[in-house]
Ligand binder design. Structure first.
Ligand SMILES: Cc1cc2nc3c(=O)[nH]c(=O)nc-3n(C[C@H](O)[C@H](O)[C@H](O)COP(=O)(O)OP(=O)(O)OC[C@H]3O[C@@H](n4cnc5c(N)ncnc54)[C@H](O)[C@@H]3O)c2cc1C
Length: 466
């Protein structure tokens, strides 16, 4: 009997889509080329990077902060192999969790490379070369993304690494060159700096964290510099020579000119990710892609070929796991005949460094460009009681609200635990809240979230603790 739905790829988009479709009563199969489920996020992305960020943050705290709180532990010692084993255990638990959920929801799984042979037909090629053809009513492409490469710089995952190699280094590099000051570069740069590397970040643009609120990015860069990270902005790496003990990177101004050499033990190329559709058979079936290789879909996630849908990193939009998951749920509901929907105006974005950066909605630059007038409410963590006793006073909350309606249009947080705090802002925006709604909502004391309430009060210039 044919399937109702075959999902190609088991990342956060694919596995969530499969489970939701099964919940709705569809007969579902997932095709995954890798040995474990969970895609980039669980295997080489969100989960292992957060495990290392968490462990390295505690390592740094034990060395620098415990003493200030009267905890005498001496100088902490790093056992990198054990830290990597801890990270691997976390990955293992998560990928097994997906396998369990597939079983629980009666989702069939096929290990092998999926190719769309025709609408309604997916060929699965196993590692031993054997193929089988599966029949289905609908197909969801959730094949995700791959590391973007720089011309002329070959990634060997040992000395010149992508994020994947940076998650498995067996030695702390004395000097780490990070190419790209986006989220992944700054997160993994932070991990290795905390563990002892001298980290230099080279970025093509004249700012870090492109796309994020400019004020947030500026202040955050200062914080990272205070932690010991060095930045070379408006610069490009044009080549990396590998002869000898140390890498020698050629670095020029973004607009060209004389090159200087930066030496490093390891170089992390973190210049973004590109959609992965290799070998999927798009051309043969006639599925359209855009100029960046992303599969083109309509508001129902349907490609130009009937009953073939696409979600996650392989389509346009922020390359984030929770965006892929929400699209997975929405497309399953649409295929089943319901009204699935994703609100792209309320997708939070988090940088899991210390302090964390979290935002949802529009930045000031975006509002200015759109000609929207807005009021700003800001509150620093230096004035938050809990942050003071926690010794985490770096950062602030900024709320942007429409000057005519007071509707919240954007929330930006730099600070410890910003990633958790942004959830309240996302819910507020999802419900169309005004800044006054947040200001009049009781927030528990003493919590960092009171800074969100105070920033909302500051929109109307009535914050209490400033
Ligand atoms: C280092 C790093 C850290 C990150 N941290 C975060 C974070 O903290 N928060 C966050 O939201 N996002 C994070 N991301 C991004 C996040 O991982 C992606 O946005 C997310 O995984 C996208 O999900 P997806 O389902 O679209 O694709 P993927 O997770 O890429 O999954 C695609 C799956 O499809 C499989 N596949 C591809 N082609 C085929 C085929 N033809 N046949 C069979 N299988 C196929 C792949 O093997 C893979 O398992 C991070 C990424 C990286 C690299």
């Amino acid at each position: 009997m044919p399937y109702d739905l075959i999902v190609i790829g088991s990342g956060p988009g694919g596995y969530v889509c499969a489970i939701r479709a099964a919940q709705l009563g569809l007969k579902v199969a997932v095709v995954e080329k890798d040995k474990t489920f969970g895609g980039t996020c669980l295997n080489v992305g969100c989960i292992p990077s957060k495990a290392l960020l968490h462990a390295s943050e505690l390592y740094e705290e034990a060395g620098h902060v415990f003493d200030k709180m009267g905890i005498k532990v001496g100088k902490p010692k790093l056992d990198l192999a054990a830290m990597m084993a801890f990270k691997d255990q976390g990955v293992d638990g998560n990928v097994k969790g997906v396998a369990f959920l597939f079983k629980k929801n009666k989702v069939d799984s096929f290990e092998g490379f999926g190719r769309i042979a025709a609408p309604g037909q997916v060929e699965v090629k196993a590692a031993d070369g054997k193929t089988q053809m599966l029949e289905t009513k609908a197909i969801v492409i959730a094949t995700g993304s791959d590391v973007a490469r720089l011309k002329g710089i070959a990634i060997d995952e040992k000395r010149i690494v992508s994020s994947t190699g940076a998650l498995t280094l067996d030695k702390v590099p004395e000097r780490l060159l990070v190419v790209g000051a986006g989220i992944i570069g700054l997160e993994l740069g932070s991990v290795w700096r905390r563990l002892g590397s001298d980290v230099i970040v080279v970025e093509f643009l004249d700012r870090i964290l492109p796309g994020m609120d400019a004020e947030v990015a500026r202040q955050f860069q200062r914080m990272l510099q205070k932690q010991g990270m060095t930045f070379k902005l408006a610069s490009k790496v044009t080549g990396i020579a590998t002869a000898g003990n140390r890498l020698k990177a050629q670095v020029e101004h973004a607009s060209g000119g004389t090159a200087e050499t930066i030496e490093a033990d390891v170089a992390l190329v973190a210049v973004g990710r590109v959609p992965f559709t290799q070998g999927l058979g798009l051309e043969a079936v006639g599925i359209a892609t855009d100029e960046r290789g992303r599969i083109v879909v309509n508001h129902n996630f349907e490609t130009n070929v009937r009953d073939i849908f696409a979600i996650g990193d392989v389509i346009a939009g922020p390359m984030l796991a929770h965006k892929a998951e929400d699209e997975g749920v929405a497309v399953a509901e649409i295929i089943e005949g319901q009204a699935g929907h994703v609100n792209y105006d309320a997708i939070p974005n988090v940088v899991y460094t210390f302090p964390e950066i979290a935002s949802v909605g529009k930045s000031e630059d975006e509002l200015k460009a759109a000609g929207v007038t807005y009021n700003v409410g800001k509150f620093p963590f230096t004035a938050n009681g809990r942050a003071k006793v926690n010794l985490t006073t770096d950062g602030f909350v900024k709320i942007l609200a429409d000057s005519k309606t007071d509707r919240v249009l954007g929330v930006h947080i730099v600070g410890a635990d910003a990633g958790n705090m942004i959830a309240e802002a996302a819910i507020a925006m999802e419900f169309g809240a005004s800044s006054e709604d947040i200001a009049r909502t009781c927030h528990a004391h003493p919590t960092l979230t009171e800074a969100v309430k105070e920033a909302a009060m500051a929109v109307a210039k009535r914050s209490i603790h400033m």
